[in-house]
Design a protein. Structure first.
Length: 260
């Protein structure tokens, strides 16, 4: 009887381990047409195209192009800064290595994958060639920016327009925001009312838009309006020492502390 109980206990442990391993594998291996979660954390922009299939991963350490095209199965270029259009959200990257060169154009224009039907916010074109070739291969596809995963957290306000804040500056408690990086959205508390909205993210750019709030009347001296205005004026950010700093070219606007 004791041996039977021991066998049953061992079997339950084995099944539990397999179940946990399966869940971990599912999280790590989960992917979309733009690659795994690990890819989307490492690269700030990813793109794909069909007929023939190709993929593009752009990161701060380099740019990786892959395809089913003979001689262009995998090409890695050094990281490069964008050439920006003056009158539209269009960025061009001219990259090269010892064997190949490419021109990558990213345009903020709704784009539909010709196979999956998935709608993406950016149209991407790639002209790529080996240096021994006279003519470039031209490819079109769709892409998206991968919102910085470090933003995905709950943040409580510490500074507003360069000054430390206190609970007495607001109705009940300090403002906070909870950012959902996967859905490009946020929700939180403005110091008097509940707030929510969308975030727009590109490399080096962060905007809070479509901000809505409940309509509770705020007490005199409440700085919620200043907080929301600063949030809407944000264009850039930095994360260091568990602090999220939101700024624009004119000033540092908000500093938050990570709380979970």
């Amino acid at each position: 009887m004791k041996n039977i109980l021991s066998m049953l206990l061992l079997l339950s442990v084995i099944i539990g381990c397999k179940s946990t391993a399966g869940k971990n594998s599912e999280v790590k291996g989960s992917s979309s047409e733009y690659g795994t979660q690990e890819d989307q954390m490492k690269y700030y922009f990813t793109a794909t195209g069909n007929e023939p299939f190709w993929g593009l991963k752009m990161g701060r350490e380099g740019i990786e192009f892959s395809s089913v095209i003979s001689g262009k199965e995998k090409i890695v270029f050094p990281a490069s800064e964008a050439i920006k259009a003056m009158d539209a959200n269009i960025k061009m990257y001219k990259v090269s290595n010892k064997k190949s060169s490419a021109t990558i154009t990213i345009q903020q224009l709704e784009c539909q994958n010709s196979t999956s039907g998935v709608i993406s916010p950016y149209k991407v074109s790639v002209e790529i060639k080996n240096n021994s070739e006279l003519v470039s291969t031209k490819l079109d596809g769709c892409g998206k920016y991968n919102t910085d995963y470090r933003l995905h957290d709950i943040w409580v306000l510490e500074e507003l327009n360069g000054f430390k804040v206190f609970i007495t500056d607001f109705q009940k408690e300090l403002p906070r925001i909870e950012i959902n990086a996967a859905e490009n959205s946020f929700m939180g508390f403005g110091g008097c009312n509940a707030i929510s909205g969308s975030i727009f993210y590109e490399k080096g750019l962060l905007r809070f838009s479509k901000v809505v709030s409940t309509l509770m009347a705020c007490g005199p001296g409440n700085k919620e309006d200043q907080f929301v205005k600063a949030l809407q004026n944000t264009t850039t950010y930095s994360i260091e020492n568990n602090r999220l700093t939101l700024s624009n070219p004119s000033a540092k606007l908000l500093v938050f502390r990570k709380v979970d």
